[in-house]
Design a protein around this ligand. Structure first.
Ligand code: CMC
Length: 428
């Protein structure tokens, strides 16, 4: 293949270099387009064809259904690693040795307390507030309690900021849920693993101890790994673009949380469960919802289906589907919603509307069923996604800042009024 792409505008030819990634993906480097052509830009709403960066963190092949973190397959990581190892891998590029992992965990634990005044901010929220809004606000508020900006050229400062947020974020997650359910706010237990500690902070009752259930620990560990990164998705791009203005780590993460909240992105896990519940209430009439999803006059979409990049099975959905069966049977939970989900999946995979558009179940289709079986309230599902995605956001922010990427600032094609003379109010 030639290493150049040629563009012809008004009979004049321009050449642009091709860049090839380590997995042989090809990109046209249009960095010089505007200056070479005297102002021509590309336009690509939703960035369907636009690479925003070169990244060495996550590889995703949507046609083949491949997902790898730093070269390791998601299937192997979900089976053999734990969430903290995966977090380390994503952020620092290599799987940790036992010593590195122990130090990482111990440093995180040393930052697992948040300023008590954060409770006052939390108290000001109404109980009806959605946990994602609360989590985004509290994460942003952490900046006020940890105001020193990170010198990104200092590995030590970068490391300290990373372990600090990894320590404090689970506390905010747990408090967000406890506040909504009128439970007293508690701190974690430093003798526990990262995931065990999350569960205890979320569920410990005020008048009793919390007994760990290995089924729940394993299920949550796996779910967090599967959500840990997904290259340049909406929330990650938001974190990178917010951070590209040299905004700090915590506020960049807070903007990522807001982006994740939407039902087309992380909010889909809550939307899926609500959709399955509605189908159940509607006597399990999946056909009706399939018809709604296909009707172009109806804004309804089959939640948990389709993906910008995957035009094949989302590999995370395959793992989660198996896990849903396992976890429910291990916990002895019979949830009719699981059968509705399986029936809906089967119908969609045999329906030409979904087949032609290559719409497959995504990560959010079955995850909510597991969260629900674990006793996690539906409005917390997207918060759990955020907890899993945290290491990915951090890794991407770190990569962007250490590579000294320029501020993210897209161009536009103006299609509004051309110059008009101002009219005074009586002449309008
Ligand atoms: N139900 C019905 N039709 C759909 C769906 C769906 N879930 N998803 C896509 N389509 C149709 C869409 O109407 C369009 O049809 P046509 O070509 O006739 O206009 C075609 O498929 C292509 O869709 P698109 O909206 O152009 O694709 P996109 O890449 O812009 O959107 C998506 C991707 C994930 C936003 C979309 O598939 C969707 O809204 N899915 C439901 C929400 C969901 O499950 N989101 C979670 C995504 S995975 C977790 C994450 O990483 O966020």
């Amino acid at each position: 293949m030639s290493n150049k792409a040629t563009l012809e505008i008004d009979g004049k030819k321009y050449e642009f270099p091709l860049i090839v990634g380590t997995e042989n993906e090809v990109a046209i480097d249009v960095k010089s387009l505007r200056s070479a052509t005297g102002g021509v830009i590309t336009i690509d709403p939703g960035y369907k064809n636009t690479g925003s960066c070169e990244s060495a963190i996550t590889f995703l092949d949507g046609e083949k259904g491949i997902l790898r973190y730093r070269g390791y397959s998601i299937e192997e990581l979900a089976e053999k690693a734990d969430f903290l190892e995966v977090a380390y891998l994503l952020i620092f590029g290599e799987l940790p040795t036992q010593d590195e992992l122990d130090k990482f965990h111990s440093d995180i634990k040393s930052h697992s307390v948040v300023d008590d005044d954060i409770k006052k901010i939390l108290e000001a929220f109404p109980k009806s507030a959605h946990p994602m809004g609360v989590l985004s606000s509290l994460t942003s508020a952490l900046t006020a309690f940890n105001p020193t900006s990170v010198d990104v050229d200092s590995e030590e400062e970068m490391y300290n900021a990373i372990v600090r947020i990894l320590g404090k974020f689970p506390v905010l997650v747990a408090w967000t849920m406890r506040k909504k359910h009128g439970m007293p706010l508690e701190y974690g237990d430093d003798s526990l693993g990262y995931v065990e500690n999350v569960l205890k902070m979320m569920f410990k009752s005020p008048n009793g101890d919390y007994e760990q259930n290995p089924i729940l620990v394993n299920a949550l560990d796996k779910l967090l790994i599967l959500h840990a990164d997904h290259e340049q998705n909406c929330s990650t791009s938001t974190v990178r673009i917010a951070g590209s203005s040299h905004a700090g780590l915590f506020v960049s993460l807070a903007s990522g949380i807001s982006a994740l909240w939407g039902p087309l992105h992380g909010g889909a896990n809550q939307a899926v469960l609500e959709m399955l519940e509605a189908i159940k209430e509607d006597d399990g009439d999946t056909k009706k919802y399939m018809a709604k999803a296909k009707d172009k006059e109806d804004p309804f979409r089959l939640m948990g289906f389709g993906h910008r990049v995957y035009k094949n099975f989302d590999p995370r959905a395959k793992i989660i589907k198996v896990a849903a069966d396992e976890v429910l049977s291990q916990l002895g939970v019979e949830d009719p919603i699981l059968d509705i989900a399986k029936g809906l999946e089967k119908e969609a995979l045999e329906d030409s509307y979904f087949v032609d558009r290559k719409l497959y179940p995504n990560v959010d289709f079955y995850s909510g069923i597991i969260y629900r079986a674990m006793g996690i309230p539906v409005e917390m599902f997207t918060v759990m996604f955020a907890l899993g995605r945290l290491p990915g956001w951090i890794a991407q922010w770190k990569e962007m800042r250490t590579k000294k990427e320029p501020i993210g600032r897209p161009r536009q094609l103006y299609i509004g009024e051309t110059y008009r003379e101002f009219k005074t109010i009586k002449n309008r």
